[in-house]
Design a protein around this ligand. Structure first.
Ligand code: HEM
Length: 493
């Protein structure tokens, strides 16, 4: 029987979601096909990286099939992924099936249809690759939650401290050169914060010196290369495709970089590793998990989030800057400082952070394998998915769904203020709804609340120091870049 058949040989159970669509939606076959074995996936890969680019890859297929749910292949395909066939979801209603762990399996799908060798992580499958049904998932995630809880009091003062160094550095470079690239100093600041938060030490005082961010960048690149294009001239496309997307890059080439990072974390985190052992986690397994959490999840996430936040707020212009600085300065004055309760009163600042996470989610891809035969709904139709099929959501389309968000492609700073808060359930950046909580039973980011907090603090620090700023925006391997062209010092506080 063809996978596109609409007659149902099995029980149809609608996916559970807050947005239960009418049950009488027509059951349609999923449009699209995978093409010939080997050639179909290669064609889709070339379209994705070189002929169309990511956005247009999805948009053209959505238009061709007149559907936000369709079949395609996702890169990398041969010979890295054994099965690149996916069912793509591009709307806000179907997407949350990926958060339903009773319906989808999240085993080894962090990077999509391929999994990098465990040689990148000391031979262990770290937490982010585990399905919640695996006992180790809850054990490790509980360990992360308790670690974050013990660091709670450091979040705001430590991050402000790191931001202060960042802005002084940016100002110096700006006055020297007339413009200053934000991403590299932002990465350094993020690494500095993460290391100091978890290891209680300035990385400069360890064997890493100032090399931590570069070591992590190299290690991240080797794992994510199958999803990256360097944007070289056309002439190099074939070579790049062969080198990055056809065979996995060998882990031994970054072994020494990883060892340096592992060693620095291992010696600085002795008491945390003692605690892990008490919880029943092997010392080295705990440390490999911590390095991954700090380097891939936290540092990797901040690497894309902070430049995107600065980019969108910068491009929004002086009117929004004026409203933000008024709100921030008024609340800080009234509350006597930058406290949790002060941050909670800044409704525009909070909304701006959610809007940046909506319009450019830092991790745009989510995958999950159907655990059973199921039905997924879009706005206007229902589709059968078979057990074992890979479901894939391209998040920027789901969080810019025009049927949910007015002016969905526009950055609207006050979108989530007041009544707008009701739309937070359609903000999915953390691999879950913004109004849901990360737990040991789901795959939502345990750093979710911390990430939102840090983003607010970044805006607060920015608008306590400056009245307005201008930037030039660009794109990078995975994400956005921002270059400050001016920073206008605060005239009143
Ligand atoms: C801007 C920063 C961050 C972003 C954008 C981000 C994003 C995400 C996303 C999208 C996932 C789900 C991945 C998936 O399964 O598809 C995730 C998982 C995870 N994140 Fe974060 N994260 C960030 C910061 C952090 C921080 C600070 C921590 C520190 C605790 C953290 C720890 C984790 C862990 C351990 C997982 C795996 C969760 C699980 O397996 O249940 N992340 N993160």
């Amino acid at each position: 029987m063809s996978p596109n058949s609409s007659s149902s040989p099995f029980n149809l159970r609608p996916s559970s979601s807050d947005d239960s669509p009418p049950i009488d939606l027509p059951l349609k076959p999923i449009p699209g096909n995978y093409g010939l074995p080997f050639f179909g996936p290669i064609k889709d890969r070339l379209d994705y990286f070189y002929h169309q680019g990511t956005e247009s890859f999805f948009r053209t297929r959505m238009q061709k099939h007149q559907s936000t749910v369709f079949r395609t292949n996702m890169p990398p395909g041969p010979f890295i992924a054994s099965n690149p066939n996916v069912i793509t979801l591009l709307d806000a209603i179907s997407f949350p099936i990926l958060f339903d762990n009773s319906k989808v399996e999240k085993l080894n799908v962090l990077d999509g249809t391929y999994m990098p060798s465990t040689a990148f992580t000391g031979g262990y499958r770290v937490c982010a690759f585990l399905d919640p049904s695996e006992p180790n998932h809850a054990l490790l995630k509980r360990f992360f939650f308790s670690l974050l809880a013990t660091r709670h009091d450091k979040f705001i003062p430590l991050f402000r401290n790191c931001l202060s160094e960042l802005f002084i550095n940016l100002e110096d470079q700006l006055s020297d050169k007339g413009k200053v690239y934000f991403n590299t100093p932002s990465d350094n600041m993020s690494f500095n914060f993460v290391f100091r938060l978890f290891c209680d030490q300035n990385p400069l005082d360890t064997s890493l010196k100032s090399n931590g961010p570069k070591l992590f960048d190299k290690w991240l690149f080797f794992q994510l290369a199958p999803l990256i294009t360097l944007g070289l001239p056309k002439l190099f496309n074939f070579l790049e495709d062969l080198l990055l997307h056809t065979f996995p890059l060998p882990a031994f080439l970054v072994k020494s970089s990883y060892k340096k990072l592992y060693k620095a974390f291992y010696v600085s985190m002795a008491s945390i590793l003692d605690e892990a052992e008490r919880l029943g986690i092997k010392r080295d397994e705990a440390c490999h998990n911590l390095v991954f959490m700090a380097g891939f999840n936290a540092y990797g996430g901040m690497k894309t989030l902070f430049p995107a936040l600065i980019k969108w707020v910068g491009l929004a212009g002086e009117k929004l800057h004026c409203q933000l600085r008024d709100e921030i300065r008024t609340v800080v004055r009234a509350e006597g400082g930058v406290t949790l309760s002060a941050l909670d009163k800044m409704s525009l600042t909070k909304s701006v952070v959610y809007e940046a996470l909506r319009i450019e989610p830092p991790v745009p891809f989510q995958y999950g394998k159907a655990k059973e035969d199921l039905v997924v709904h879009s706005h206007d139709a229902a589709f059968e998915i078979r057990k074992g099929e890979m479901i894939f959501g391209y998040q920027p389309f789901a969080t810019k769904d025009p049927k949910i968000f007015e002016d969905s492609e526009k950055f609207v700073g006050h979108r989530f203020v007041g009544e707008g808060e009701k739309l937070l359930k359609y903000v999915y950046w953390s691999n879950g709804r913004e109004n849901d909580n990360s737990t040991v039973d789901n795959k939502q980011c345990p750093g979710k609340d911390l990430v939102v907090l840090l983003s607010r603090v970044m805006l607060v620090e920015l608008f306590l120091r400056y009245d307005t700023f201008t930037i030039e925006a660009g794109t990078l391997l995975l994400g956005s870049s921002a270059t400050f062209t001016s920073l206008t010092k605060a005239t009143s506080i």
